[in-house]
Design a protein around this ligand. Structure first.
Ligand SMILES: [Fe+2]
Length: 243
């Protein structure tokens, strides 16, 4: 009987801890959404894509849940980037681009006080802009030296960014974004993951078309009622502000 009581007690505590972790992630995402209205729900769609990609990669449910957490806060470091740079509607200067790039290390800094809770998702925040060929940032890691979870979020992030567009570049069609991922497989992206991505993309997942995803999405917390980017062609996977 006593054993049953303690089992129940620890289970309740575990649920409470997970609830508060979820609430913390929601708060961080809302803070970023409030700052950068153009990328509204970007992180949620990246999380949906990354979770599916992690599944076909064979990762278990516990890992997929952690990847979703990491994907939702992957750009949290952008809260530390001045608005006039983050929201600039034209191409960035090289100095401004360097500032944008710092969102990876800034994100890791923001999570530092709670590092023991975020330690598994922190590599996603820090390394989601590394490139397979070693020409990414912040450390220029290459290939398998880039943590797998960060490689997964990197592809999800690039696809979402290309199909969403940015303040200075209109969105690409899903087909064109898919083609660009394939063109950059082995350069920017993990080639095996791109193949797996194409496999699920061909099955028309809910996230394939951004507008379809946004229409069907029910936010766990009230979303800000803000305008969405319009639809047309162009943009680049390697553009400075992608992701
Ligand atoms: Fe990013």
């Amino acid at each position: 009987m006593l054993l049953l009581y303690f089992s129940r007690f620890y289970w309740d505590e575990k649920v409470k801890l997970e609830d508060s972790f979820n609430a913390t992630i929601d708060t961080l995402v809302q803070a970023l959404d409030a700052k950068d209205t153009f990328t509204r729900l970007h992180s949620e769609r990246v999380a949906a894509i990354a979770t599916d990609l992690a599944q076909v990669k064979g990762l278990d449910e516990a890992d997929r849940r952690k990847i979703a957490y990491g994907a939702r806060i992957h750009d949290i470091g952008k809260v530390g980037i001045p608005d006039d740079v983050l929201l600039k509607p034209i191409r960035l200067t090289s100095q401004e681009f360097e500032l944008i790039k710092s969102h990876t290390t800034r994100g890791a800094e923001i999570l530092k006080p709670a590092a023991r809770y975020f330690k598994e998702v922190l590599p996603i925040v820090l390394y989601h802009h590394e490139r397979w060929d070693g020409r990414g940032y912040p450390e220029g890691r290459a290939g398998d030296a880039i943590p797998l979870w960060a490689r997964i979020v990197c592809i999800a992030d690039a696809y979402e960014a290309m199909t969403a567009g940015r303040s200075y570049s209109p969105p690409k069609s899903p087909q064109r974004a898919m083609q660009e991922l394939e063109d950059l497989a082995g350069d920017q992206f993990d080639p095996e993951l791109v193949k797996l991505f194409k496999g699920i993309w061909l099955q028309d997942p809910i996230w394939k078309d951004r507008e379809v995803f946004l229409r069907s999405y029910t936010s766990p917390v009230p979303s800000l009622d803000l305008p969405l980017p319009s639809r047309s062609e162009s943009g680049s996977a390697t553009s400075p502000k992608s992701g």
